[in-house]
Design a protein around this ligand. Structure first.
Ligand code: PMP
Length: 441
């Protein structure tokens, strides 16, 4: 691009868009210019009902006054403070608020800027924790097929999405994967599926193969979002907890999607009654307004680092923007909004309505499975032979034309609306999706 000429604002070439078919998008762009509560406004003036809370992150809906105001005030008051060897009050306040809504036994928060960073931070803490306790042989990490843990090298190594891994070299050494839990006998299950708890026993096979003394941590999404909304079978997470505990292996729940009310409790850990050793979160932490992530850890993990001479840094890890004041202000105002409006438990109240509306799509063309829990759901379509993902992508494009934002992954349509959605808006979202499903080839 010539430097002597200011490019036109509508020149789309320079921005290389993430996880996007750039050429397709730039030929027919879908531009959002403003947002309020449950809706986006597109550049052509149309209102788009947000069926995905942005990218699973705007749990309180859009441009909520309390959050907007907190961010504006904080930018003017204390824009930035050094993150290392210095502090500011909001970082401590937010950490207290986070552990307050976390499961009992989760007592500390370490800040970062995204879900990917939260995952890599949690994996590093796991390795360093074992080493701090004299168990430095515990270096193996275990993820799961069809797991998504962001795009850092740690996250793609423990993650189980082929396309996210195969272009990027040899990745981390010493990683194993549990089998995914998506079983054909569970199709059209409402809520948690019956079959598959025994898949957790595969961890015993990995332990037998390598020895428990080599394994640092297991990381799973309690409910896998980005790979198609895969529910944990009944008893599965309990079994994973039992086996990890038995062998001294840390259990990490990646709650980047399930955190902050998505399943009807603050974290999925509480919904399923299983407490891991660490929880990664991001997205809904600031309602998506300012990038921020966190790793929430047990007291035992934190305390294992607090042993050496006091002037020595305990954990050689952190980011320039860890606990950025504006992000903290957004986080506190977001938690205020969730708590004032009962949003952390609202998904539990809407669960039945959501479930019935979603499963009403069962007999429509191409639908081969429907899954739901809390305020998240998936409609899986039969793929077109030789063109995986094409049918669902067509549905996404038609849905956008019809005024609803959905998300697709492979041939699965995923939806996770803001938790402020009304029953009438659920009916509108699902009703429009039904029309889309009837209209695609
Ligand atoms: N973990 C999970 C479970 C996620 O769903 C995501 C994002 N969809 C991430 C990690 C990565 O988060 P980010 O895009 O903020 O890096």
């Amino acid at each position: 691009m010539a430097l002597d000429r200011k490019p036109a604002p509508n020149d789309l070439r320079a921005f290389w868009m993430p996880f996007t078919s750039n050429r397709q998008f730039k030929a027919a762009p879908r531009m959002l210019v403003s947002a309020k509560d449950m809706h986006y406004t597109a550049a052509d003036g149309r209102e788009i009902l947000d069926g995905t809370a942005g990218l699973w992150c705007c749990n309180a809906g859009h441009c909520r006054p309390k959050i907007t105001e907190a961010v504006q005030n904080q930018v003017a008051e204390l824009d930035y403070a050094p993150a290392f060897q210095m502090g500011h009050p909001l970082a401590f306040e937010l950490a207290n608020r986070l552990v307050d809504i976390a499961p009992d036994g989760i007592d500390h928060a370490f800040y970062c800027n995204s879900g990917s960073e939260a995952v890599d931070t949690a994996l590093k803490i796991a390795l360093a924790y074992h080493r701090a306790r004299g168990e430095g042989t515990r270096t193996r990490l275990i993820g799961r097929e069809r797991g998504y843990h962001g795009v850092g090298f740690g996250g793609i190594s423990v993650g189980g999405i082929v396309n996210n891994r195969r272009f990027f070299g040899s990745l981390l050494a010493g990683v194993d994967h549990l089998p995914h839990t998506h079983l054909p006998e569970n199709v059209f299950t409402k809520g948690q599926p019956e079959h598959g708890a025994n898949l957790a026993d595969d961890l015993e096979r990995i332990v037998a193969l390598h020895g428990a003394e080599t394994i640092a941590a297991v990381i799973v999404e309690p409910m896998a979002g980005s790979t198609g909304v895969l529910m944990p079978p009944k008893g599965y997470l309990e079994r994973l907890r039992e086996i990890t505990r038995k062998h001294g292996i840390l259990l990490i729940f990646d709650e980047v999607i399930t955190g902050f009310g998505r399943l009807g409790s603050p974290f999925a850990a509480q919904h399923f009654g299983v407490t891991p050793d660490m929880i990664t979160c991001a997205k809904g932490l600031t309602n998506g307004v300012i990038p921020m992530g966190a790793v929430l850890t047990s007291g035992a993990i934190h305390d294992a680092f607090m042993t050496g001479p006091e002037h020595v840094i305990e954990l050689f890890h952190g980011y320039t923007y860890s606990g950025n004041p504006v992000a903290c202000a957004a986080g506190i105002a977001t938690l205020d909004t969730y708590e004032d409006e009962g949003l952390l438990t609202r998904a539990a109240e809407l669960d039945q309505h959501w479930q019935e509306a979603l499963h009403g799509l069962r007999d429509l063309p191409h639908v081969i499975d429907i899954r739901n829990m809390g305020l998240i759901g998936a409609v899986e379509l039969k793929g077109i032979d030789g063109q995986p993902g094409k049918r669902a992508f067509d549905a996404f494009l038609k849905a956008y034309e019809a005024g609803i934002l959905i998300r697709v992954t492979g041939d699965t349509i995923a939806m996770s609306p803001p938790l402020i959605i009304s029953k009438a808006q659920i009916d509108e979202l699902i009703g429009k999706l039904a029309e889309v499903l009837k209209a695609i080839d």
